[in-house]
Design a protein around this ligand. Structure first.
Ligand SMILES: Nc1ncnc2c1ncn2[C@@H]1O[C@H](COP(=O)(O)OP(=O)(O)OP(=O)(O)O)[C@@H](O)[C@H]1O
Length: 221
């Protein structure tokens, strides 16, 4: 499903990824771990088509993901619906006037009927217990509330692959438990999970495969 071949990336002179080779099959739950600055977030930005390999290639479902390929708006729309990415910093993801609009935005962009949009929005509000926040502007919410809203926004699009960067950060205990239960169900439904985490307990509970990166910006497993 996902294939990286000899992928390299650098920010100016700062090397972030060195010759990464990685295959991920549909339905895997992949945990990515490694020291600060080793390149985990960069790898995830490549998987999500935010940045592109400087050397090597990235293929998703037999389509090479390049800047040029994503200029085709139909292809880009399909790709971004397949791949749900929850940012570590929720502020970069929230831009609508109310929580309800924010969650409905993805399903509307997908061209779903008004009824389906409403249903998905309600399901996601309920899933995260944030019904009472529905009319609030997202930028006035607390950090944990913002995180719940940004997760709800991605899940409302029902992606095939869910990419999460430290998913439990900033969430209270009951929300963490709810999210772990949800992710287990998501995985049991045959979907693919890719998770960056330093949380070994979470890694153990959810991972079916463990990928380690080192300080030299390489994959070691
Ligand atoms: N925008 C940028 N400009 C310059 N260098 C960057 C930029 N973003 C990341 N880097 C550098 O690229 C390397 C990889 O960064 P990346 O954020 O991918 O690491 P990470 O493994 O996700 O780290 P962390 O665990 O601390 O979140 C680091 O050396 C970092 O300093």
């Amino acid at each position: 499903m996902i294939e990286l071949k000899n992928v390299c990336y650098a920010y100016g002179n700062e090397i972030a990824l060195r010759y990464i080779n990685l295959n991920i099959q549909k339905g895997e739950s992949v945990i990515i771990q490694g020291p600060n600055g080793c390149g985990k977030s960069t790898l995830i930005k490549i998987l999500n088509g935010i940045i592109f390999p400087m050397e090597g290639s990235y293929t998703y479902e037999d389509h090479e993901i390049t800047e040029k390929a994503l200029k085709d708006s139909r292809f880009a729309k399909w790709f971004h619906q397949q791949m749900g990415y929850v940012f570590q910093n929720a502020d970069t993801q929230l831009f609508c006037g109310s929580v309800e609009e924010e969650i409905a935005f993805g399903p509307i962009q997908m061209g779903l009927s008004e009824e389906k949009v409403k249903q998905r929005t309600e399901d996601c509000l309920r899933l995260f217990g944030i019904e009472k926040l529905r009319e609030r502007p997202p930028y006035h919410l607390s950090g944990g509330e913002k995180r719940k809203v940004s997760l709800a926004c991605i899940l409302s699009m029902n992606p095939e692959v869910l990419i999460l960067d430290e998913p439990l950060a900033g969430l209270d205990e009951s929300t963490q438990k709810m999210l772990i239960d949800f992710l287990k169900k998501f995985h049991a439904a045959g979907k693919t999970l890719i998770i960056i985490t330093h949380n070994n307990q979470l890694a153990k509970e959810l991972g079916t495969r463990f990928i380690q990166m080192n300080e030299n910006h390489e994959l070691t497993i």
